[in-house]
Design a protein around this ligand. Sequence first.
Ligand SMILES: C[S@@+](CC[C@H](N)C(=O)[O-])C[C@H]1O[C@@H](n2cnc3c(N)ncnc32)[C@H](O)[C@@H]1O
Length: 319
Amino acid sequence: MPTVEKGFWPDRSTPIREGKGLVEAMRDADNPTVSESKTVTHGPQEQAAGRRNSAASGWAHWWEVWERAAQPVSDRLVELAGVAAGHSVLDLATGLGEPAITAARRVGAHGWVIATDCAPDMLREAATRAEAAGLSNIEFREMDAETPDLQHIAFDSILCRWGFMFVPDLEGSLRRLTALLKPGGRLAAAAWGMPDEVPVIYTSASVVAKIAPLPPAPAGALHPFRLSDPDILIGAMKKAGLGDVSHEELRVAFEFASAEDYTRFRRDMTTLDAQLAEHHPPDVIEAAWQAVTEAARAYGGNEGRIRFVNTAVCFSGSR
Ligand SMILES: C[S@@+](CC[C@H](N)C(=O)[O-])C[C@H]1O[C@@H](n2cnc3c(N)ncnc32)[C@H](O)[C@@H]1O
């Protein structure tokens, strides 16, 4: 049975790249890690709307929608990292278990996967998914991607899907990770493209930033577009000692049954509501989300379904 092991997580701070108002509206919001330290308001309005009580349960609720879009990214990362039968694989910031579970299927009974994240509630959901999938070659560990605590293990491949943007000291983290790869071992990671190429995140973030702005983000705030400029991760990978570094774009299409569903998805999977509640009254927050729903209608297609086509960037390199 998949297990969840306890690790540690140290302090972090880092410089960021920003867009006006956008960083504030996205700062930490797409990083469920911060959900446990924030106070989330769950008044009657939220309950009536069926809101989740933690980002992890929000992720579990929306997993099918998320993964229908994101599975091709896991598939590509596993290919780029050369994952094969019998291999040892490390997944960083695995969230609800991807790309770890895709890799566990690929390595088979003679291989194994260690899936790590710094959010225990995400790991618990991930372990439940792995168990439901009948996988016994995957282990879950609470661990900060910045300070991997795995000194005595050598991996054929290291994977990270949409996690490195939340790691402050990228170069240090990558250097420590490179040392964990066997000679010839490969690392593959995904980040998001430029904000206007990622409407599934940008639509809600930009509309909320206009109607319910947040105070300027402190130095060190982390956000999903921190690695949109591919040179940032490429540079860090090269400085960390990885060779054969390359990157490529991948289209990732998210589909929602309605514009209202899109808004619920964003509210459930991020911690933005908790941040907004510290600065705005409920009616302003509700007006902002109503405006998000209206903005999402621009992406409407057949039968009211909403479709966002986004750009992910996949990076790879070898030791
Ligand atoms: C956008 S989610 C991606 C989850 C998963 N890899 C996926 O693609 O579905 C980001 C994940 O990174 C984790 N995370 C954030 N900062 C981290 C850190 N410094 N070390 C490890 N995990 C981290 C969060 O807890 C969250 O599960």
